[in-house]
Design a protein around this ligand. Sequence first.
Ligand code: URP
Ligand code: ZN
Ligand code: ZN
Length: 467
Amino acid sequence: MSTRTLVRGGLVVTAAEETHADVLVEDGRIAALAAHGSAAAAAWTADRTIDATGRYVIPGGVDAHTHMEFPFGGTFASDDFESGTRAAAWGGTTTIVDFAVQAVGHTLREGLDAWHAKADGRCAVDYAFHMILSDVHDSSLKEMDLLVEEGVTSFKLFMAYPGVFYSDDGRVLRAMQRSALNGGLVMMHAENGPAIDVLVEQALARGDTDPRHHGETRHVLLEAEATHRAVQLARVAGAPLYVVHVSAREALAELVAARDQGLPVFGETCPQYLFLSADDLAEPDFEGAKYVCSTPLRPREHQAALWRGLRTDDLQVVSTDHCPFCFRGQKELGRGDFSRIPNGLPGVENRMDLLHQAVVDGHISRRRWIEIACAAPARMFGLYPKKGTVAPGSDADLVVYDPSATQTLSARTHHMNVDYSAYEGRTVTGRVETVLSRGEFVIDRRTYTGRAGHGVYTPRATCQYLG
Ligand code: URP
Ligand code: ZN
Ligand code: ZN
C-alpha cells in the first residue's frame, strides 16, 4: 500500500532555487513538485496534507560532524544515538554523519562495528559514519580501502591530542597518500598538538588553571600553522583535504590561499565559532567550562572572517561538532585544571535555527543557508541528491519551517541530553514546525512522533566535489 503526503502552500527553498510549489511525497520519496494552484497540483490526492502556507519547505538538515557517546577525557559525550538523533530531529536535522573511532591497537573494523552496535535500532533519523584514524600503519591503511568500498568514505586525523588521537606528519602523509588512491577524503583536526601541550604545561605551572586558558594555549597561530602543514601534506600526497571546525581567521586565510591556487581543499566551521567567543570561555566561577571545545572559541573579531568565508564559499559547510558533556559531573572534572575539562559543545538541535538567524541578520542568503546546512554537506560526503535537496527522487526528508516564529533557546526546553545550553536565553527568529524523515512524521506540529529505530544506516559515495 502506498502512502502519499502532500505539502501544500509553502515556499520550497533549496540551495539552487526558491519556488512556490506543492510537494508530493510517495513511499518515502519526493514524487513531484508543482506550482501552487497548477492543474497538476490540484489533481493530487493524498492520505495526509500538511498546510505549509506562510512556511518554508526545506530539505532536512545534514549535520556532517557529530560525536554521540564519544569517549573523551575519561568520560563519554552525554547524548547517545537515541537522544542525540531525537534532538537532531527537533532541530530540523534528518541526517547525521557521526565519527566511529579506531582505538589505538585496534582495527578500523573493530571501531566501525562498535559504532554500528551503538547506533543500530536507536536512531530517530538517518545516519552515516566517518572513521577516526588513531593508529595509522600498514594494515589500517589497507582497511581504509575496504571502508571506502562499503560507504565509509572519509577519515578524520588529528594533528592535536598527543597520546590520544594524534598522528604525526608521517602518519598523516601516509593516510593522505592512501586516500589519494582509494577516493577517501581526509578530514583534518588542524592544531599543533605537541606545541599546545607545551603551552598548557607552562600555563598550569604558572597557576593559570581557569577555562579561559584553554583558548589562550590553543593559540590562533598553532591552528593556522597546522592548517598550512595539512594543506602542504595533502599537496605532496596529491589528495583532497577537508579541514574541520575552522575557528581562527588566520587558519581560514590558509584555506583561502590554497583554494586560490585551485587546490581541492575544503573547510567547515560550526555555529559556536560564529555566535560565541572567547568572552564566553572567560565567564567566571568555572562557567567558562561550558564553552571548552577544540579548536577553541576565538575573540569576537574572528567571526567576521568566518561569515565572509561562508559567503565566498571558502568555507563550504557548517556542522555542529556536537559533543555534549554535562556541566555537573563532566565539565567539572576540570575544576582547577582546564586541561581536564572534556572538550566539546552541544548543538545538534540548534544549527538550523542559528543559521536561519544568520539569514535574518543578513550574514547569508536564504539559499546559502540551505547550501551550507543541507546540500553542501550532502555533496561533500557523498549523500546528494538522496539527502540535502527537495527534488523528485530524493528522500522525503522535509522540514516545514516557520520563519516568523520566535523562540528562546534554553536547556529547560531543548531535547539534547545535557544540563546546559551554550545559547541559553538567546532569542532567535524561526522555528521547525514539522519534520518528515523518508516520508514519516518525526515532528508533527511541534510534537515528537518519531521512534528509535526509524533512522537507518546510510552508506555514502565519495566526495561529490571532486572530478
Ligand atoms: O572539542 C571538540 N571538538 N570535541 C570533539 C572532538 C573533536 O576534536 O572534534
Ligand atoms: Zn576535532
Ligand atoms: Zn569533532
